[in-house]
Design a protein around this ligand. Structure first.
Ligand code: IPE
Ligand code: IPE
Ligand code: MG
Length: 227
C-alpha cells in the first residue's frame, strides 16, 4: 500500500462546459467526487491523502470564480468537517496564508484544523493557495531566518522547513482530466513519486479509479536511482 496518495483534482470546468453548465457547477460536482474518494481512501486504510484544491496561480481566474472557490472552501468545511472528524480524519491545509483569503474562510480552515488535530486514522491535506515554488521560497526564508550556516544546509534542512515536515512524500500522484503536468504541485516532495494520469474529469473520478491507480502502483518498480 502507498503511504501517501495525492490527487490533482482537475477538469471541473470542462465537466461543466460539456453539460452546458457554468464552471461553478463543476466545482460543486467535484466536491461530491472528492468525498466519495476520501471514503474510498478510508476504506482501504490509506494514512495520508492530499488533494490540490487551489493553486497560487488560480488567483488569475475571473474574480467571480475565485470568489466562488474561496467561499466554497468554507461551505465544504461546514458540510463535511464533523463527519470527517467522527471518522478520525485529521484535516490540514498546506499553502500560504494570504490577505485575499476572506477572514471567515481562514477562520473555518483554522477551526477545522484545530478540531481534528488529534485524529490519526487518516490525514487529509488540502493544498489551498498552494504553490510548489512558493513552498520552497518559504522554506528558504525560514532557513535564513534560523541563521543556518550555508555549509549546514542539506536536503534534510529543506525538508524540515517545508509546510509539514512530518508528512511523508507522496508515493503516488494522480492527475485527472487528461493533462500531463504538475502545475506547481509539491515540487520538492514529488522527486520520486509514481505519476498517473486519468482521462476522467475530476467530477467523474471515483473510488474505483483510486483503487485502480493503487493496483497499478503496486505493479511498478521503484528504484530511486538504484538497480
Ligand atoms: C480543477 O478544475 C479545480 C481547480 C483548479 C480549482 P478546473 O477548474 O481547473 O477545471 P478545468 O481544468 O478548467 O476543466
Ligand atoms: C491545477 O489545476 C490546480 C488545481 C487542481 C487546484 P489548474 O487547472 O489550475 O492547472 P493548469 O492551469 O491547467 O496548469
Ligand atoms: Mg484545470
Amino acid at each position: 500500500m502507498p503511504a501517501h496518495v495525492a490527487c490533482v483534482m482537475d477538469g471541473n470546468g470542462r465537466w461543466a462546459a460539456q453539460r452546458g453548465l457554468p464552471r461553478t457547477e463543476g466545482h460543486i460536482a467535484g466536491e461530491e467526487a472528492l468525498f466519495k474518494v476520501v471514503n474510498g481512501a478510508l476504506e482501504v486504510g490509506l494514512r495520508w491523502f492530499t488533494v490540490y484544491a487551489f493553486s497560487t496561480e488560480n488567483w488569475r481566474r475571473p474574480p467571480d470564480e475565485v470568489r466562488f472557490l474561496m467561499n466554497f472552501n468554507e461551505t465544504l468545511l461546514a458540510r463535511r468537517r464533523d463527519e470527517l472528524n467522527r471518522r478520525g480524519v485529521r484535516i490540514r491545509f498546506a499553502g500560504r496564508t494570504d490577505r485575499r483569503i476572506p477572514r471567515r474562510v481562514q477562520r473555518a480552515m483554522d477551526e477545522a484544523t484545530a478540531l481534528t488535530e488529534s485524529n490519526r486514522t487518516m490525514t487529509l491535506t488540502l493544498a489551498f493557495n498552494y504553490g510548489g515554488r512558493a513552498e520552497i521560497v518559504d522554506a528558504v526564508r525560514a532557513i535564513v531566518r534560523d541563521e543556518v550556516p550555508a555549509a549546514r544546509v542539506n536536503e534534510r534542512t529543506i525538508g524540515s522547513h517545508l509546510y509539514y515536515p512530518d508528512m511523508p512524500d507522496p508515493d503516488l500522484v494522480i492527475r485527472s482530466s487528461g493533462e500531463h503536468r504538475l502545475s506547481n504541485f509539491f515540487l520538492w516532495e514529488l522527486a520520486y513519486s509514481e505519476l498517473m494520469f486519468s482521462p476522467r474529469y475530476w467530477p467523474d473520478f471515483s473510488s474505483a479509479d483510486l483503487y485502480e491507480a493503487i493496483i497499478e502502483y503496486q505493479r511498478r518498480s521503484r528504484r530511486y536511482g538504484g538497480v
